[in-house]
Each structure stands twice: as structure tokens, then as C-alpha cells.
Design a binder for this molecule. Structure first.
Ligand code: SF4
Length: 343
């Protein structure tokens, strides 16, 4: 069965023509799927019963089952565990900001990148998500809270650039004015640093924000935390970042998880500042989430502020990311891992 929710409107029009239907039917179906967010053909009441039956025999509408929601008492952050149609599970997080609702989605079941501080990679990568399955996380949360989602962050489980084509299709669908119509500027994609894909993305000239998980300022230190650093050096990575900035005019973000005693010393601030200046990046400082399996602990608030000041003295803007939902299984991959362990 074909996955109808992963089709763009023009692909859907071609499909309808091939089925002997009028192309305008595609617009009706697209609206049911991407605006009214239905999960069955039976709900598409402006289509004839015969067409609905024909569609059911040709296509499937992907859907997610909500297995668990943890709601933070501190800030209303909601962490969802969803089951995909094949029984695999993914996590998504809703964060409520004064400027709107932001959803952080997963792009793969697990991850094969092996970053040492991350729970998502512990069982490896089981499979990549389809564009529809990335959309479903946003659609399910939209229906759950009955409010619009205005920002999307592809920073949950998985390496989005390791699922490049589906990621791009997802961005096309979620920003389509006939669908949810989320502005490209309100989309952030995070990567651990897949250099060829960063260049490929730059060539598409999108207006999304690219966030690079940096976490260390030298190749040696980065290799100890992130295996991808064995494949691409910091100099290759920052060259690709400069290329991205040149091609898109979009400022990049460096994500920097502060780990107590590992990467939070003044010398680290020196190294990060030099890299950020090279590519005009903004630095997001994130006190690392404690993950039992890694033993890493977050840098204290005082030292975090000192690190931020050190960057600013070196001419680099930075933000300390507000810790959302610290009282729930906040770090990506933790809720899923706990559920798998329970099984
Ligand atoms: S931090 Fe991101 S890229 Fe690294 S293992 Fe975790 S999910 Fe994968």
C-alpha cells in the first residue's frame, strides 16, 4: 500500500489522474490529511463512497498511537511516546513558549551516530522515519492540545541528515501553504555534522535554521564524545558551515552541551569562540541532561554563566537554553529506553 500522507500535492494530483479521477480531488484529499488531520478515508465526507473505497484499497494513512504523555509541572512541557504502525516507538516533545508552541520531532527510530552523551543511540538505528511519520508527530500533538504548532525542531531521536530525502520531503509538506503552512524560518534542523549533507542542504537554498551539535572545540575532544568526528574534521565541518551561510544567508547555531569537567573550561570557551567567529554562528549552551548510562553531569549554573561570559568577551553571542521539562524524562531517548527496559 502506498503512503498517501508522504505525497506532495502535485504528486497526489498525478496519482488521481492515474486513477482516472479529476485532479481537484487531490486538493480535497490533501486538505483532509494535512489541515483537518483525519486518519481514515471514511472521514473524507466530500468524497463519494466509491472513491473512498478505491483509495482504501490503494493507499494507507499512517497514524501514531499515543502510548504515554509526561507533562512537566514546571513549565507545561509535554513529552510523548508514540507507537508507529510497525510497533516501533519514537519520542516527541511539545514546548510552550510565549511566541507559540514548538514541537521537537524524531527523524529515526534510534540513531547510529553513537554520541557518548545520548540515550537515543544506545540500541543503534532501527530504521528511518517516512515523511508522513515525521508529520504525524506534529499532527497528533496538534490534535491532542487543540492548538496550532508554529515551530518545528528536528532534534529528537535520530540524525535527520542520515534520512536526507525524507527530511526534505517532510519540510516541503510541513511548509506547504495548502497544509500546516509553517514558515521555513520556524524550522530548525539539527545535525551532528554530516558534511556532504550540509553542503547538499545549502544547495537547496531553504530558509530553515541549521543547528550543528558541536560539543567540543578540538578534533581530539570531539572524537572522544562523537564518533562522527573521526569521519569529518572540525575544519571540514566549519568549511561546510561557511558554505551553508554563504549559500542561504542563514546564520547557523552551534549546540554546545556543557558537561561538568569535560568541556566547560575557559580553554574550551576559547576554542568554541574561534570556531563560532569563523562561521558567524550563534552558540546555544545546554546544560547536558543527566543520562544514567553515561555518567555525565551538567555544568553548574554559575559555571555555565561564566562560560557564556567568556564567549561574549571573545565577541560571540550565546544563549543558555532554558531547561524544559527537567522533572520529566527530558533527554531525548530516555522515555523510550525506559519503556523498552520495562518490557
Ligand atoms: S545526539 Fe543526535 S546524532 Fe548524536 S546519537 Fe543522539 S540522536 Fe544521534
Amino acid at each position: 500500500m502506498k503512503d498517501i500522507k508522504s505525497l506532495t500535492l502535485s504528486q497526489l494530483k498525478e496519482e488521481m489522474t492515474a486513477l482516472g479521477e479529476k485532479p481537484f480531488r487531490a486538493g480535497q484529499i490533501y486538505k483532509w490529511l494535512h489541515v483537518k488531520l483525519v486518519s481514515s478515508f471514511d472521514e473524507m465526507t466530500d468524497l463519494s463512497a466509491a472513491l473512498r473505497e478505491k483509495l482504501s484499497s490503494e493507499y494507507e494513512i499512517t497514524d501514531l498511537k499515543k502510548l504515554e504523555v509526561q507533562i512537566s509541572k514546571d513549565d507545561g512541557t509535554r513529552k510523548y511516546l508514540f507507537e508507529l504502525s510497525d510497533g516501533n516507538t519514537v519520542e516527541s516533545v511539545l514546548m510552550r513558549y510565549h511566541h507559540g508552541n514548538s514541537v521537537c520531532i524524531s527523524s529515526q527510530v534510534g540513531c547510529r551516530m553513537g554520541c557518548k552523551f545520548c540515550a537515543s543511540t544506545i540500541g543503534g538505528c532501527i530504521r528511518s522515519l517516512e515523511p508522513s511519520e515525521m508529520l504525524d508527530q506534529i499532527y497528533k500533538i496538534t490534535n491532542d492540545i487543540n492548538e496550532r504548532v508554529s515551530n518545528v525542531v528536528v532534534m529528537g531521536m535520530g540524525e535527520p541528515m542520515d534520512n536526507f530525502d525524507n527530511l526534505i520531503r517532510f519540510i516541503t509538506l510541513v511548509t506547504d501553504e495548502n497544509g500546516l503552512n509553517i514558515s521555513q524560518r520556524n524550522i530548525t534542523v539539527s545535525t551532528c555534522g554530516l558534511v556532504p549533507e550540509i553542503r547538499k542542504l545549502a544547495d537547496l537554498h531553504l530558509s530553515i535554521t541549521l543547528a550543528i551539535s558541536l560539543h567540543a572545540g578540538t578534533d581530539e575532544k570531539r572524537k572522544a564524545l562523537m564518533p562522527i568526528a573521526n569521519k569529518y574534521s572540525l575544519s571540514e565541518l566549519t568549511d561546510a558551515c561557511s558554505y551553508y551561510f554563504k549559500e542561504t544567508g542563514r546564520r547557523l547555531t552551534f549546540e554546545y552541551a556543557l558537561i561538568a569537567g569535560v568541556n566547560d573550561k575557559p580553554k574550551d570557551a576559547d576554542e568554541i569562540a574561534a570556531l563560532a567567529r569563523k562561521v558567524s554562528a550563534h552558540v546555544n549552551l545546554i546544560p547536558v541532561n543527566p543520562v544514567t548510562e553515561t555518567g555525565f553531569k551538567p555544568t553548574s549554573g554559575r559555571e555555565t554563566n561564566a562560560f557564556k561570559q567568556a564567549l561574549e568577551q571573545r565577541g560571540v553571542n550565546s544563549t543558555v537554553r532554558r531547561e524544559m521539562g527537567r522533572d520529566i524524562d527530558g533527554a531525548c531517548g530516555q522515555l523510550r529506553k525506559r519503556k523498552l527496559d520495562e518490557k
